[in-house]
Design a protein around this ligand. Structure first.
Ligand SMILES: NC(=O)c1ccc[n+]([C@@H]2O[C@H](COP(=O)([O-])OP(=O)(O)OC[C@H]3O[C@@H](n4cnc5c(N)ncnc54)[C@H](O)[C@@H]3O)[C@@H](O)[C@H]2O)c1
Length: 248
């Protein structure tokens, strides 16, 4: 265990914790001595409970009552919420003309409304204690256009604006709100948008100036730094963890 980031005994909620970036983030938080409340719609989240620093709960972030009770769990069992990592996400690989209203709504419900609900409920716990840090996981498509990703990209753009506005609203409480925007990361989410993920991963890699896609742990490191006191003067920013993709 290390406390090089000042995260020991901090209470962190992580959504999408059963996924690849979520799990890597939980593992790093544990390694830094934090107490984690791990949320995911998938029951696999319970495998994280093997570590006694982690409380797990099945939670659909798009459902208001599930978010309210999950944040209450963190408050009541851990004594507060110091860190929120909004990471749960879903993709949709369809042209606008092929996207149904229901599909649009379902992406926005998870990627935009879910982030808003977690931020709102966590801030209610953080503000009286006048401390906290929120990291919202966006994507490079919050800023660049990519065909056949309209619903997903719009939701990630919404996350960035939510981040900036919340940074202003929460600053007077000493709470920081930032976003991380990854380029392509080798995770399970890609199986929903590409058929041959091996070949496509290689071609995605060439699109990044660093010549490869990211590993989940590399995104988790960026998340952790923003969540930690090491980033004490950083708020309202979007950290592009994209191998130079948006520098082109
Ligand atoms: N992998 C990439 O290339 C990439 C790039 C940019 C941004 N991101 C973002 O990173 C985040 C993590 O994705 P990942 O790549 O680790 O994918 P992943 O599929 O491994 O993880 C996503 C997790 O979110 C959970 N989830 C989905 N809907 C949910 C809901 N309604 N409530 C609660 N949990 C829900 C899933 O069960 C899954 O465990 C997402 O927000 C994604 O948009 C990923």
């Amino acid at each position: 265990m290390t406390d090089s980031l000042g995260l020991k005994n901090r209470v962190a909620i992580v959504t999408g914790a059963a996924g690849d970036i979520g799990r890597a983030t939980v593992e790093l938080l544990i390694g830094h001595g934090a107490q984690v409340v791990a949320l995911d719609i998938a029951r696999e989240v319970h495998s994280l409970a093997l570590n006694n620093q982690v409380i797990t709960r099945v939670c659909d972030v798009s459902k208001e009552h599930e978010v309210i009770s999950s944040v209450a769990l963190a408050r009541d069992k851990c004594g507060g919420v110091d860190i929120l990592i909004n990471n749960a996400g879903k993709t949709l690989n369809k042209l606008v003309t092929e996207t149904s209203t229901q599909e649009w709504d379902s992406i926005m419900a998870i990627n935009a409304r879910g982030y808003f609900l977690l931020c709102r409920e966590s801030l209610k716990v953080m503000q009286p204690r006048r401390q906290g840090a929120i990291v919202n996981v966006a994507s490079v498509v919050c800023t660049v256009g990519m065909k056949a990703t309209a619903a997903y990209s719009a939701s990630k753009g919404a996350i960035v604006q939510l981040t900036k506005v919340l940074a202003l609203e929460a600053a007077e409480y000493g709470i920081r709100v930032n976003a991380v925007a990854p380029g392509v990361v080798e995770t399970n989410i890609l199986s929903g948008i590409v058929e041959d993920s091996r070949a496509t991963l290689a071609s995605y890699g060439h699109a990044h100036p660093l010549g490869r896609v990211a590993q989940p742990e590399e995104i988790a490191e960026a998340i952790l730094w923003l969540a930690s006191p090491k980033a004490s003067f950083v708020t309202g920013t979007v950290l592009m963890a994209d191998g130079g993709y948006t520098a082109q």
